[in-house]
Write a protein that binds this ligand. Structure first.
Ligand code: IDP
Ligand code: MG
Length: 132
């Protein structure tokens, strides 16, 4: 079994979509190994997205991620990293496949409802960061 890390982002939490997103996760065969509602400080959001520090959207992204509560998730399944990215959909909701979480609930390329680790190594780091 592989583990991956996910976040239900502030836009989806604010719209009352926690339940629907968790339902999709469970229906897709993931075991929820960790789950917590958390208000990120700007500093914690900046640290989490440090890899994107040089990107033009870094300031907006970290402000947005600390603008309201998020749900942090540890998800377990065979090939969990790939499987979670698949049901999340593409970064930009406009480009995301029908039925994916970002297509269903994302507002735009920034406010795109969910985060997911992009590789096994990243998942380890991100899980350790939120579930020490
Ligand atoms: P990912 O979340 O699909 O892995 P990344 O490229 O790692 O996408 O970007 C991290 C997050 O930064 C995205 O989920 C989104 O919230 C935001 N983001 C990515 N690209 C843009 C952009 O071009 N404009 C604004 N926000 C962006
Ligand atoms: Mg990414």
């Amino acid at each position: 079994m592989e583990k991956t890390f996910g976040i239900i982002k502030p836009d989806a939490v604010a719209k009352g979509k926690i339940g629907e997103i968790i339902r999709i996760i469970e229906e897709n065969g993931f075991k929820i190994a960790g789950l917590r509602l958390e208000q990120l400080s700007l500093e914690k959001a900046q640290k989490f997205y440090e890899v994107h520090k040089a990107r033009p959207f870094y300031n907006d992204l970290t402000k947005y991620m600390s603008s309201g509560p998020v749900v942090v998730l540890a998800l377990e399944k065979e090939n969990a990293v790939r499987a979670w990215r698949d049901i999340m959909g593409a970064t930009n909701p406009i480009e995301a496949a029908e039925g994916t979480i970002r297509k269903l609930f994302g507002e735009n390329i920034e406010r795109n409802a969910v985060h997911g680790s992009d590789a096994a190594e990243t998942a380890k780091t991100e899980l350790a960061f939120f579930f020490p």
